[in-house]
Design a protein around this ligand. Structure first.
Ligand code: NAD
Ligand code: GLY
Length: 363
């Protein structure tokens, strides 16, 4: 097991990474103020991992209230949040009851938001089970639900007490979901860790094959990057925004093709290629670097071509992005591989040109 720390003064917390950690319930219990928990999961993860975890917690004397939600992004809403509260209140959960999120980013975001506001804040633990949640959503304290008019529009910053990453849980993750998580792994290399990007170029096939050593290293290195960024800018007043590389285009793609048609990581992959092309048009990135990003994503079995939406439609969709400030579109661009920056005055014509070249081979 490897342990990292998210440094946030008196709210600092460990991230434990390794195989078999679901059985190590002491890693959770030592961060709980009392032996009472509400385990939030969904109908897919429940039969895979929840029963064993609940049994292990109960065997250690923890009283557990179970909350099983329907699966899917469509359920990241008020109704699911209310279901959590109904069961917490019916189960007499108190302010010191720890909410444990067991699942992917949807469960983590929902349970985290519930923990943030139930009785004005209860302790919270993340036990992520998708690659995307291992390397991104479980770390950093962003919690949210969707609104019919926008994704993640209602939420709170609320940090967990500990993140327990059992890498064995990835054995059951469908290939497409796995690849979507790899997109976020590649993102860390592209935005702030050129050496990691080069390592991924060497080892991407091992990562995709879920080789335990390569995958464990990729998760750890991603979490190190995420933890550093969150430790320096918890509330996204500066560099945390760089984690949204590829996301302005990506969110437009997700919405434009209809939520659920493309996975978030798939949209981010094509979005990262578009953002690299935009960086190149503005003279910040070379053609060879755009090709390296495209090739690595392709080898990770991710889409690198933006979908066939009109340029006008992309613009319309991008206007809803949370990075819109004062009506202007802002983009995360690359100034070479491994160095991202926030550009707020990007000429519209350059964005149009990048979008016109949304097939990966058009550079
Ligand atoms: P998800 O939670 O929908 O999980 C993907 C699918 O895999 C689901 O069907 C889930 O039930 C299933 N699953 C989960 N673990 C499994 C396992 N071990 N074996 C088999 N199936 C398993 O999707 P996700 O990609 O994990 O997360 C996406 C969500 O995360 C989005 O809502 C996004 O907004 C959010 N997100 C949040 C942050 C953050 O910082 N809070 C960051 C990135 C994304
Ligand atoms: N996933 C982006 C962030 O946590 O800030």
């Amino acid at each position: 097991m490897r342990t990292l720390t998210v440094q946030l003064a008196d709210r600092s917390y460990p991230i434990h990474i390794g195989p078999g950690l679901l059985k190590r319930v002491e890693l959770m219990i030592e961060r709980m103020p009392q032996k009472a928990a509400a385990l939030v999961t969904n109908t897919t993860v429940e039969p895979l991992y929840s029963r064993g975890l609940v049994a292990a917690l109960e065997a250690s004397g923890v009283r557990v209230v179970r909350v099983v939600l329907p699966d899917g992004e469509a359920h990241k809403n008020w109704e699911s949040l209310n279901r959590i509260f109904d069961l917490l209140i019916a189960g007499r959960c108190e302010r010191n009851t720890t909410v444990i999120a067991l699942g992917g980013g949807v469960v983590g975001d929902l349970a985290g938001f519930a923990a943030a506001i139930y009785q004005r804040g209860t302790p919270f633990i993340q036990v992520p089970t998708t690659l995307l949640a291992h390397v991104d959503s479980a770390v950093g304290g962003k919690t949210a639900i969707n609104h019919p008019l926008g994704k993640n529009m209602i939420g709170a910053f609320y940090q967990p007490r500990v993140v327990v990453i059992d890498t064995d849980t990835l054995e059951t993750l469908p290939a497409r979901e796995f690849a979507a998580g790899v997109a976020e792994v590649i993102k860390y290399g592209a935005i702030r860790d050129a050496a990691f990007f080069a390592w991924l170029e060497q080892h991407i096939e091992r990562v995709i094959a879920r080789d335990p050593d390569a995958l464990g290293y990729a998760i750890e290195r991603s979490c190190i990057n995420k933890a550093e960024v969150v430790g320096q800018d918890e509330r996204e007043t500066g560099q945390r925004a760089l984690l949204n590389y590829g996301h302005t285009f990506g969110h437009a793609i997700e919405a434009g093709v209809g939520y659920g048609a493309w996975l978030h990581g798939e949209a981010v992959a094509a979005g990262m290629v578009l953002a690299a092309k935009l960086s190149r048009r503005l003279g910040f990135l070379g053609e060879q670097e755009v090709a390296r990003i495209t090739s690595l994503l392709r080898r990770a079995r991710l889409p690198v071509d933006g979908p066939e939406l009109s340029v006008e439609r992309y613009f319309e969709l991008m206007a809803h992005d949370k990075k819109v400030e004062g009506g202007r579109l802002r983009f995360i661009l690359l100034r070479g591989l491994g160095e991202a920056f926030l550009a707020s005055d990007v000429p519209v014509v350059a964005v149009e040109e990048a979008l016109a070249q949304r097939h990966a081979s058009d550079v």
